[in-house]
Design a protein around this ligand. Structure first.
Ligand code: ADP
Ligand code: MG
Length: 388
């Protein structure tokens, strides 16, 4: 059967995918993917891990051979053996999680090798363009550096510049920030935002939901081997229609820490909370408030030796579990302290003797509630937004 592309010639559709399927042996990863990407569009692709997001991107640029279906790029059927796969692949740049730079070459050489060898540019032309691109990604001063002399965020910006050096018509990003230290995420997202503003066509697999929301025109939620739900960001993030999309969008991310007894490592705990906050872009003031509430509450819990023992906060008595829960959708941070039965009493008993800790906690939280669950006392503190 001959495939015909309904949108060929319509001009603004850059990629069209119909009934795309991909299996690895017995494992069916993509069942029936149908999608269209128009020139100038930014598409975010979200979904739980293992749902075939990377496989989808890899099929688009022929790093994987699809098991079925059709892909047209610029109206050309990429699976037709008469079309040169290398020429089609060159229209699509790809940026990976782990940068994939040429480690033994300088930054400048990373950016010129492709244009010289594959686009037949002169060395001079390639260097001029490379310098322009390095300036665009904020790395004009680092052209002679080797990749291992750069931070992860800088390496990823070089990878983006290298991708641009091949003049792609679309860039496919596969979780471009997930291998980065949290402090470096925003410099890379900043570059991608800039490209979006310049009208670059992009498909971005990402876990950065706020970024996906403001940078993309459409969002694909992938699950069950298909694009399970798609729509503009406001629809997908505020009013997802289907069950799995809702579960994914409204999930709450947790950080958990077990405190065995009074000899817990406060610095380790704080570092864990800071890393969690970094991954979810908490403003510095919110992180400081959160750390203070945790520290003050633990102070209160552990201060009274006898009461602490009754709450199970001394060696061998079960300890205390701390959970920091963050709902991106509600923009709400909740702290749960779970311990033995008198955690509640501790907080009440100390009310008189330690008014300052209590006042600090009350000032930084929107609500503070105690419940009994499964024989344990759970103290729930919902953080107030700093400055509110
Ligand atoms: P995602 O990017 O959404 O996390 P992937 O596309 O990486 O998902 O993987 C989807 C599924 O396909 C996973 O179950 C994975 O184990 C499987 N898979 C991916 N690549 C291969 C491969 N080359 N060989 C076998 N299985 C693979
Ligand atoms: Mg992946």
């Amino acid at each position: 059967m001959k495939a015909s592309c309904p949108s060929a010639g319509s001009g603004d559709v850059l990629i069209r995918v119909e009934h795309l399927a991909k299996c690895f042996g017995e494992t069916v990863v993509l069942k029936d993917v149908n999608a269209e990407i128009k020139r100038g569009e930014v598409i975010s692709i979200i979904g739980p891990s293992g749902t075939g997001k990377s496989t989808f991107l890899r099929c688009l640029n022929l790093l994987e051979r699809p098991s079925g279906g059709h892909i047209w790029v610029d109206g050309r059927d990429v699976l037709d053996p008469r079309n040169d796969p290398n020429a089609l692949r060159r229209k699509m740049g790809m940026v990976f999680q782990n940068f994939n730079l040429f480690e033994h070459m300088t930054v400048l050489d990373n950016l010129t090798i492709g244009p010289v060898k594959l686009l037949r540019k002169t060395r001079g032309e390639a260097e001029t363009r490379a310098r322009g691109l390095l300036a665009l990604v904020g790395l004009a001063a680092r052209e002679n550096a080797f990749p291992d002399e750069l931070s992860g965020g800088q390496q990823q910006r070089v990878a983006i510049a290298r991708c641009l050096s091949m003049d792609p018509e679309i860039i496919l990003f596969d979780e471009p920030t997930s291998a980065l230290d949290p402090t470096m995420v925003s410099e890379v997202l900043g570059v991608i935002r800039r490209l979006a503003a310049d009208g670059m066509t992009m498909a971005i697999v990402t876990h950065e939901m706020r970024f996906a929301r403001d940078v993309s025109r459409r969002v694909f939620y992938m699950d069950e081997g298909v694009i399970y739900e798609e729509g503009p960001p406001a629809g997908i993030f505020d009013a997802p229609k289907r069950e799995k999309t809702r579960a994914f969008i409204f999930r709450i991310r947790n950080f958990q820490y077990h405190i065995a007894d009074e000899k817990y490592d406060l610095y380790d705990l704080k570092a864990g909370i800071e890393a969690f906050c970094g991954r979810h872009f908490f403003p510095a003031a919110a992180v400081a408030d959160l750390l203070l509430v945790v520290e003050e509450t633990l102070q209160l819990c552990f201060r009274e030796g006898d009461a602490a023992a009754r709450a199970g906060l001394v060696s061998g008595a079960g300890g205390l579990d701390l959970t920091v829960g963050y709902s991106e959708q509600e923009n709400e941070t909740t702290l749960l302290f779970t311990a033995g039965e008198v955690l509640k009493t501790i907080l009440n008993e100390t009310a008189e003797s330690d008014g300052l800790s209590r006042a600090l906690i009350a000032g930084m939280t929107r609500s503070l509630r105690e419940d009994i669950r499964g024989g344990k006392v759970v103290l729930t503190a919902v953080m107030r937004e700093p400055g509110s």
